[in-house]
Design a protein around this ligand. Structure first.
Ligand SMILES: [Zn+2]
Length: 162
């Protein structure tokens, strides 16, 4: 079953980022009216994430986020929707929610690729993923392991072996 799709309002931006990290299609909106939020969630089949109790009451598909703390927020989402993955999956851009696809760099890219990419490890088989919308590149490494470990700590479990 595909993980649920989300619409996060402006008070839960960090939570939205974590949902993208685990591969959930998560729209994050800022500066739009309650009516627009409700309408978009309904039209696109998204579950609303909000800290606004009144807003949450206005749709049957909402998770009310009571706590200002990210760990509590994560647990609230997973309690309501256990099908949300608890490990990083390279499927959604954390910057723009664009879809990620496996990216094979051109063989002559030596020295020309974007800075920060571990090209030596890519040459040895490390997979790269590219956002179809903004072109941002992603790969698995210590940063993804750190996110997995943080989520495991929030859930009180040990991270599973990859
Ligand atoms: Zn992107």
């Amino acid at each position: 079953m595909a993980p649920p799709r989300w619409l996060a309002d402006e008070m839960v931006g960090r939570l939205a980022r974590y949902l993208r990290l685990v591969g959930c299609d998560t729209v994050y909106v800022r500066g739009v009216s309650d009516e627009e939020i409700l309408s978009r969630a309904k039209t696109e089949g998204r579950i609303l994430l909000t800290r606004d109790r009144e807003l949450a009451r206005r749709t049957p598909r909402a998770v009310l986020i009571a706590s200002p703390h990210l760990a509590d927020q994560w647990r609230a989402v997973r309690a309501a929707h256990p099908e949300v993955p608890s490990r990083v999956r390279p499927e959604r851009c954390t910057e723009c929610n664009g879809r990620l696809a496996l990216y094979v760099p051109p063989p002559d890219r030596a020295g020309t690729g974007p800075a920060g990419v571990p090209w030596e490890r890519v040459d040895h088989g490390l997979a790269l993923y590219r956002c179809a919308e903004c072109g941002h590149l992603y790969w698995e490494g210590s940063h993804t392991a750190a996110v997995d470990a943080r989520i495991a700590a929030w859930e009180g479990t040990e991270p599973r072996a990859p």
